[in-house]
Design a protein around this ligand. Structure first.
Ligand SMILES: [Zn+2]
Length: 373
């Protein structure tokens, strides 16, 4: 949780604020005062942003609490100057569940807007739409909150990744197509929309923000399509199918000099370290080079071994192994069966699987590895 600090804990989920958010608040305060407003008036503008972001946090809780109903936990909700992020473990894979999780966020903003609408009727009259321009005052404060909640809901429902609408679209498509295919179609639609946004944004007199939103969506759609391609490529394998049998193991009492010579002599960049016929950790190229500077070449590898490593078993799904490796930042993992070291798996193996899958060669490696089709 670098650069973020905790501001609240609701429904068992911590809410963090990125420190750059404070810059946004400071900037709003100063720019309002520079425009000749009083300190009190400027504080109203800051208060408006705080309430707006409270609505964003509630939107994220909409996603998180709906996901929880399907057994998916949310690690935290983080508030950035550009919006909120609910860090869910994963997205539900059942289309109907993804649909509800995606819709729940915008639904929160619509509920807030409806609540305010009822309030306006109650206090005798709906404010004039012209009040939603220019500066925020205490008079038009709630009306502005009403409008931005509608904007938040509509903006998030744009049918393109990384917006919620992109997930809604994918979920609907996944009811008819395979998930990877549904993702690709949704990503293509999103990228087409992104290009339309950029074009409209480039027209004279048009809003510059459209260009920014277009680029944001274009990159988001590409990232989502990549993620899904990786996931679907890996989902066909187990650790056993792709592990490496040829690898070098270093001994804890060998010297760093020896490690450097092995490093220079071959292609391997990370190694298992053993002691008394047992794996005690791993060491990477960077750690060897750092150790060389710090301890000198005569020091033993024992000084630099990283004991935080994860053990994989051959029957584990490759997708699960990949997620574990990403989470713990592990570049190489021993694969152990019945207490016996039978191979290693590194990030390169996984990248190769994805590359081969993209090249349409997955059938070939499956056959080579002797997997029955
Ligand atoms: Zn959302």
């Amino acid at each position: 949780m670098n650069w973020s600090f905790k501001i609240a804990r609701l429904w068992g989920i911590n809410v963090y604020m990125h420190w750059t958010f404070l810059i946004l608040l400071g900037w709003i305060l100063i720019s309002n005062m520079n425009q000749g407003q009083t300190f009190a008036q400027s504080l109203v503008a800051v208060g408006f942003i705080l309430i707006l972001f409270a609505c964003v946090v509630l939107h994220e809780y909409g996603h998180a609490l709906t996901a929880r109903r399907y057994g998916i936990l949310t690690k935290n909700i983080t508030l950035l100057p550009i919006g909120g992020v609910a860090n869910m473990e994963k997205m539900p894979e059942k289309p109907i569940q993804e649909l509800w999780v995606a819709l729940a966020g915008p639904a929160v903003n619509i509920i807030i807007a409806i609540g305010l609408f009822i309030y306006f009727q109650f206090i005798g009259g709906f404010p004039n739409i012209e009040e939603f321009t220019g500066e925020i005052t205490s008079r038009n404060f709630l009306f502005n909150i009403f409008i931005v909640n509608i904007i938040l809901a509509l903006f998030n429902l744009i049918p393109a990744f990384p917006m919620d609408g992109g997930r809604v679209l994918r979920a609907l498509l996944a009811m008819r197509f395979e998930r990877a295919q549904a993702t690709n179609i949704a990503a293509k639609i999103g990228q087409f929309l992104a290009i339309v946004f950029v074009f409209i944004g480039l027209l004279p007199g048009s809003n510059f923000w459209l260009i920014f939103i277009g680029l944001f969506i274009f990159l988001g759609a590409g990232a989502e399509a990549n993620f899904e391609t990786t996931r679907s490529a890996l989902s066909k394998y187990k650790v056993r199918d792709v592990l490496m049998h040829q690898f070098t193991t270093l001994h804890a009492f060998e010297t760093i000099e020896k490690a450097v010579s092995i490093l220079l002599d071959g292609q391997e960049k990370e190694f298992l370290v053993e002691q008394d016929n047992e794996i005690i950790g791993i060491v990477t190229r960077n750690e060897i080079i750092k150790g060389l500077k710090e301890f000198g070449q005569a020091a033993s590898i024992n000084h630099i071994v990283n004991k935080q490593y994860i053990i994989l078993v051959p029957g584990m799904e490759l997708e699960e192994a990949y997620q574990k490796m990403i989470q713990s930042n592990a570049s190489i993992c021993p694969v152990i069966e019945n207490g016996q070291l039978i191979g290693v798996l590194n990030m390169e193996n996984i990248t190769e699987v994805v590359m081969l899958a993209n090249a349409g060669l997955e059938r070939k490696i499956l056959l080579e590895k002797g997997v029955k089709l």
